[in-house]
Design a protein around this ligand. Structure first.
Ligand SMILES: C[S@@+](CC[C@H](N)C(=O)[O-])C[C@H]1O[C@@H](n2cnc3c(N)ncnc32)[C@H](O)[C@@H]1O
Length: 158
């Protein structure tokens, strides 16, 4: 098994601030087939896996209208990632790149972004396609995906 917390040559560790500036509420958990990071797809684009999003019932009213959309953003908290690397050497690149230029789970605030297909909503359980996180990952927000404003066909990337 890989040591996910090991620091590679070229990576830069920082001291994090002594205290937090804000708090978050976990609004639910994402249930996926993936029990280890080795099993996880690297991105939603590499995943057709179906998962369940279990929302805390206190937030149930917030789901009203979500069924109108085919896709949504899940914002989730990559709770098993270290937070103190500000430059990283992804295995597929082999050279350092800044954390804010990467989709790595390792970041000061380990917030992930995933566009998933909404397959069904029953009560406070969403069934979704294209999950790329560990089973039990905490969820911090859901937003509907708008192809009109959230997609830039000619966006540049390396
Ligand atoms: C590269 S991140 C991309 C996440 C998201 N789609 C994004 O772009 O922000 C996906 C990887 O994060 C790791 N991961 C998934 N769930 C995690 C968790 N709860 N804590 C730490 N790492 C996690 C797995 O190695 C997975 O392959």
């Amino acid at each position: 098994m890989s040591n996910w917390n090991a620091v590679r040559p070229g990576e830069v560790e920082i001291s994090l601030p002594d205290s937090f500036d804000a708090g978050v509420y976990f609004i639910g958990r994402i249930r996926t087939p993936f029990k280890s990071r080795e099993e996880c797809p690297k991105s939603t684009a590499q995943s057709t896996a179906v998962g369940r999003v279990e929302i805390d019932p206190r937030f149930a009213a917030g789901l009203k209208g979500l069924e109108l959309y085919s896709h949504a953003f899940l914002l989730y908290w990559m709770d098993q990632a270290r937070r103190d690397l500000i430059a990283q050497v992804p295995a597929h690149l082999g050279v350092p790149r800044g954390t804010f230029a990467l989709r790595s789970p390792v970041r000061p605030n380990p917030i992930a972004l995933a566009v998933v297909e909404l397959l069904s909503i029953e009560g406070t359980t969403l069934t979704v396609r294209s999950v790329d996180c560990l089973d039990g990952t905490p969820l911090i927000d859901i937003k509907p995906y708008f192809s009109s404003t959230d997609s830039i066909a000619d966006a540049r990337r390396p």
